[in-house]
Design a protein around this ligand. Structure first.
Ligand code: NAD
Length: 291
């Protein structure tokens, strides 16, 4: 299949390479020359614009930084430029309203389109083990599934347009809350004289069981291996968690949802990122409790 791929950054680079490995002809474009060179080395054909890449494509995948850019790229270079009948897949994390707006625009021009944001970081993008949460019609999902399966281990139909983005931001909002709760409980246990490893052993098998504690333990040398053991390098950057929390807070406001705990988590991550920790893994927020 001829697939245009726009946005070959940390995530998109590996995803495009996996489409090549699956036997697709990948027509790649990025504003960065370095990203284009890396894509070429991975077997992609590179183009001078998104418009040129989309021409002749049977599917178009985008992996871009934010909603404004996604809207701009689709409006200017993809909708009306990609061949009639092409399936459009936006895998970026963006706000629900923009995701729905772009899908509506694409559908009005006769295209099938899905929002298909991902769970899993750069390692999962490179390894082809992402989870895709997909919003769109049943028929758009069925067409998108084959393309997404070449880049991931799970492809889940979440519901209508925007449902993929909704699932993504609600999941990450929950993640922020249980990470912070885990950090608070671990450090308080330690300050009360309990060995953190004992706390991990007990709570990970008790009602405090949660992913941040059990699968991503935020203290070095305690529980499972995690970015904490690598000085909080790699993993899921605080800046990206903050991006998702800002999207979640805007969605909470727009939908009239009460999110007092999540709002507090968002403000703690604002402070932590603002103090120069944006590049550290998001579990490094435990350091603010260690003082
Ligand atoms: P990135 O900044 O590394 O990559 C984005 C790429 O888009 C860059 O190479 C940039 O040059 C390119 N770009 C920007 N504007 C463009 C345009 N108009 N036309 C063509 N290319 C353009 O970001 P990333 O980490 O790869 O993230 C991409 C998306 O995936 C984001 O929406 C992010 O929230 C989401 N995401 C990232 C992670 C992660 O761990 N990095 C995990 C899950 C989801």
């Amino acid at each position: 299949m001829k697939i245009a791929f726009i946005g070959l950054g940390n995530m998109g680079g590996g995803m495009a390479a996996n489409l090549v490995k699956a036997g697709h002809e990948v027509r790649a474009f990025d504003l960065s020359q370095d990203a284009l060179e890396a894509a070429e080395a991975n077997g992609c054909k590179t183009f001078g614009s998104a418009r040129d890449a989309a021409e002749e494509a049977e599917a178009v995948v985008t992996m871009l930084p934010n909603g404004e850019i996604v809207r701009d790229v689709y409006t200017t270079d993809i909708i009306g430029q990609a061949p009639e009948g092409a399936i459009l897949l936006d895998c970026s994390t963006i706000d629900v309203a923009t995701a729905r707006e772009v899908v509506e625009h694409a559908e009005a021009a006769g295209y099938d389109m899905v929002d298909a944001p991902v769970s899993g970081g750069i390692a999962a993008a490179n390894g082809g083990t992402l989870t895709f949460m997909v919003g769109g019609t049943e028929s758009a999902f069925n067409r998108a599934e084959g393309v997404l399966k070449a880049m991931g281990k799970a492809v889940i139909h979440a519901g209508e347009a925007g449902a993929g983005q909704t699932a993504k931001i609600c999941n990450n909002m929950l993640l922020a809350v249980h990470m912070i709760g885990t950090c608070e409980a671990m450090i308080m246990a330690e300050k009360l004289g309990l060995d953190p490893q004992k706390f991990y052993e007990i709570s990970s098998q008790s009602s405090g069981y949660n992913w941040s504690l059990n699968a991503y333990t935020p203290l070095p040398g305690v529980g499972v291996a995690s970015p904490a053991d690598k000085d909080y390098q790699g993993g899921f950057a605080t800046a990206l968690m903050l991006k998702d929390l800002r999207l979640a807070m805007a969605a909470a406001e727009g939908s009239g949802s009460a999110v007092p705990l999540s709002a507090r988590a968002a403000s703690l991550y604002e402070d932590f990122a603002g103090a120069g920790n944006g590049a550290l893994d998001f579990s490094a927020i435990i350091r603010t409790y260690q003082a």
